[in-house]
Design a protein around this ligand. Structure first.
Ligand code: ADP
Length: 218
């Protein structure tokens, strides 16, 4: 990925996790918090830090927020501060604003005042945990719509030693295999004669109901 300028506002647990991952990926990250201790605690994961109240327009301008391509508003419990911050960032012309919402209503307001992407960490994580409890072979997934997903599914041992053709995944389960992961080796767009080993992981795209049927084979 090209280098972008990221700013994270609110260096609590959520904001710090985002800053850390971006920083590890070599991106420039500014960490901002009203509380100096929070900025200090995150100093290993940020390129620069600023102690600022982001509900004040003049403060946002003085820390140079307009230079950032993407600003993540990770203020959680103080809803008023999170909404005001997003409103001001939008007024200052920030191109990409991502904001954490505590609930649906908070999310709707954030969208109205200019957030481009709303994240619901508790709700999203709760749904992920439930999904993985229901389908233990599903290691990871990306929801594409209400109907379709891409899932990382561990093959049942009964499929070890068989080819994709033998299993007729497309005809029987209506799924398309995008890649096969065998230990550290990844085969993109595997051919029908690709033999799978016990423990391999398939990356498959299809309807959620079909994915669920496939991932629950013993
Ligand atoms: P988490 O659950 O991720 O720890 P919190 O809501 O507890 O989230 O923390 C969010 C952070 O946002 C806190 O460190 C808090 O100091 C910071 N914060 C709250 N209000 C403002 C504000 N007006 N300007 C800047 N930072 C703020």
């Amino acid at each position: 990925m090209q280098k972008e300028q990221f700013a994270v506002i609110g260096m609590g647990r959520f904001g710090t996790s985002i800053a850390k991952k971006l920083h590890e990926a070599g991106q420039e990250v500014m960490g901002i918090d009203i509380n100096a201790d929070e900025v200090e605690d995150a100093e290993l994961f940020i390129t620069h830090g600023a102690v600022a109240d982001t509900t004040e327009k003049a403060t946002l301008k003085s820390i140079g927020i307009s230079n950032f391509d993407c600003v993540i508003v990770a203020i959680g419990s103080n809803m008023q501060a999170s909404i005001l911050t997003v409103l001001l960032l939008n007024e200052l012309g920030i191109k990409k604003i991502i904001a954490k919402a505590l609930n649906e209503l908070h999310g709707q307001v954030l969208e109205k005042v200019g957030a481009d992407w709303i994240v619901y960490p508790d709700k999203d994580m709760g749904e992920r945990v439930a999904h993985q409890l229901l389908s233990p072979n599903v290691l990871n997934f990306i929801e594409l719509s209400n109907e379709y997903s891409i899932e990382e599914i561990k093959i049942p041992s009964s499929m070890g030693g068989k080819s994709l053709q033998d299993l007729s995944i497309r005809a029987t389960y209506h799924l398309n295999v995008i890649a096969v992961m065998s230990h550290d080796e990844v085969t993109i767009s595997p051919t029908p004669d690709h033999i799978m080993n016990d423990g391999d992981i398939l990356i498959v795209i299809g309807k959620k109901s079909d994915l669920s049927a496939f991932s629950n084979i013993e």
